[in-house]
Each structure stands twice: as structure tokens, then as C-alpha cells.
Ligand binder design. Sequence first.
Ligand code: S3P
Length: 161
Amino acid sequence: MIGLMGSGKSSIGRRLAKKLKLDLIDLDDYIVAQAGMSIPDIFAERGEDGFRDMETAALRAVLGRPAVIASGGGVVMREENRALLKEHTPVIWLKASPEFLAERIDGDSNRPLIAEGDTLSRLQQLAELRYPLYEECADFTLPRGDMNKPDALAAILKFLD
Ligand code: S3P
């Protein structure tokens, strides 16, 4: 599962994993467990680059496992990660507008990339940069804003069928 923060990768991923009788691996949780530090602490101590290094290592470690993997929103930023994602289909993009997402994640202190400044304009910047990258990797694009979670799950299951 790929998509901007707040698009429901973990929550829809959890429902999907349950239906498919697979484990859900949340890549952020995996990184936090490996590092023994929270995401904001990793960003503060090692910078975004340090976090991205850990993210790539985590992605390499978990891809190929029989599981639903909920990645972090920035996983597509590195070409190496995009190549890995493309090798391990199916990749599902939960596509949501910055407006839809801003309402959900405004004020979330666990997300360093939106910690400063206006959440909506930050998400707009990220969307502009990342939408083409999500598109490049996705085998299936789910228009998340138009659907509640049960409908989203049903659409993904139909695609996978
Ligand atoms: C990030 C998204 C976060 C987390 C980190 C960076 C991003 O994950 O990996 O804060 O670059 O968009 P979620 O998408 O699960 O919030």
C-alpha cells in the first residue's frame, strides 16, 4: 500500500490483511522497532536522509514476505525503493487529495514532515512531487476520497480477485 500520509494505508491495510488472512506489516512501526526510537526522534537525530536509509533497509527486509505492507508516504522518493516496489506487485495507491488528508492529520505530532507550517499547503507540495511517483509504481489506484473504508476494501479485493 502506498500513498500520502493519512490516506489510510495502515487502517485499510489492516482490514485487507485480515480478509486475506495475512499479516500486516506497517513499515513505520518496523523502523521504530528496529531503531528503538520514534519517527520524530529519528528525524531529529538522523535527519530525513537517515530516516530514508532506514526505510530502504526496512523495505528490503520485508518485501517478498507473505503480508500486506503499509509503507510510509515517502517510500516512493527513492528510485531504489520504486524499483523494489515495481518488482513486488501488486502495489496499491490510496489516492487522496490534500484537502481530504489535511482534515485527518492536522496537528499530528508524530509526522515530522507536517510539523511546521500549514498542513494543507505542505500536503499540496508533497502531492505535486509524489503523485507522479505513486502513479509510476501503482498497479491499482484507489480514489480514496470518494470512498469509505469498507468500499475501499471491497474495491481492492475486487482488483486482487
Ligand atoms: C512520511 C510519512 C510517514 C512516515 C514519515 C515520513 C512521508 O508515514 O514514514 O513521517 O515522507 O510522507 P505515514 O504515511 O504512514 O504517515
